[in-house]
Design a protein around this ligand. Structure first.
Ligand code: NAD
Ligand code: ZN
Length: 251
């Protein structure tokens, strides 16, 4: 058994409440590219300022909507990985508060309920003008990231429909943020999985927890700005580390 795994399992047995913070690396083994990955990262290939801001949407709604339709298609075609399933399994034996920066729905599809989505949800569409929700839209399928697709129109006001994600320059949904802070403040162990620790305020949650006395465990193949804060840094992928933890805890 890996030394890190033994240490995490020992902590786990000694704590009562666990919070998990996940980032794009959580879904990487489901085939969904991260943002900042060196090889396939979305921001290596696309300019976020042209695709992920309200100004970009205002300037060229079809370009932005088309890009999100491409990403939605990728997520729909993907399946939760063994890491997502392991987190759902952990929550069936112990209270686990799940906070994610991911906009995909793979935690839910793996069986986790009540995930706090700090950066919104890809499929929670709403009107750009009046903010009213626009559920269950028929979505075209295309595999060309920069194909222009006109966004559907709001049935209430005729405004363009936008994806339910938090764009650069926008604030986090207030309730999600306060629930996330409460989750880490209530936890005596915080597991940080697959996040680069660069996007604030989410990236500040592990340090906040640490200052309040929680044990912080990082699962990430690479080192991040969160690593120095962590009590255990486990250089392993999500889909390998988390199932191993489930197995070790069941012993
Ligand atoms: P990021 O792209 O900045 O960082 C990804 C991190 O995951 C890196 O530290 C990398 O080393 C690590 N990683 C890569 N493969 C891994 C694996 N198999 N197992 C564990 N870790 C792995 O992502 P971030 O920190 O989440 O950045 C924040 C923003 O990215 C969020 O706003 C989020 O909304 C957005 N995002 C979400 C998705 C998604 O919903 N799946 C995809 C891309 C980006
Ligand atoms: Zn509207």
């Amino acid at each position: 058994m890996a030394e890190e795994l033994i240490r995490v399992a020992a902590h786990w047995h000694a704590v009562r409440r666990v919070a998990v913070l996940t980032g794009a690396g959580m879904s990487a083994e489901s085939g969904i590219p991260t943002f900042r990955g060196a090889h396939n990262g979305l921001w290596q290939r696309f300019d976020p300022m042209q695709l992920a801001t309200a100004e970009a949407f205002r300037a060229d709604p079809a370009l932005v909507w088309g890009w999100y339709v491409w990403r939605m298609g990728m997520v729909r075609a993907a399946a939760p990985n063994a890491g997502h399933r392991a987190l759902a399994a952990l929550a069936s034996t112990q209270p686990v508060a799940l906070v994610t920066q991911n906009v995909d729905d793979l935690h839910e599809r793996a069986g986790s309920s009540g995930a706090i989505h700090l950066h919104g949800e890809l499929f929670a569409h709403r009107c750009f003008d009046c903010s009213r929700p626009a559920p269950d839209l028929p979505l075209p399928n295309h595999d060309t990231p920069l194909l222009r697709v006109e966004p559907p129109r709001c049935v209430h006001c005729g405004g363009p429909i936008r994806p339910g994600v938090v764009w650069f320059g926008e604030s986090l949904p207030e309730r999600a943020w306060s629930n996330a802070v409460a989750a880490v403040e209530g936890a005596d162990l915080v597991l940080v999985v697959g996040t680069s620790g660069l996007v604030h305020p989410a990236a500040g949650l592990p340090l906040h927890a640490k200052r309040r006395g929680a044990v912080v465990v990082e699962i990430n193949p690479e080192s991040t700005p969160i690593s120095p804060t962590a009590d255990v840094t486990w250089r392993e992928s999500a889909a390998r580390a988390l199932p191993a933890l489930v197995t070790a805890l069941a012993r």
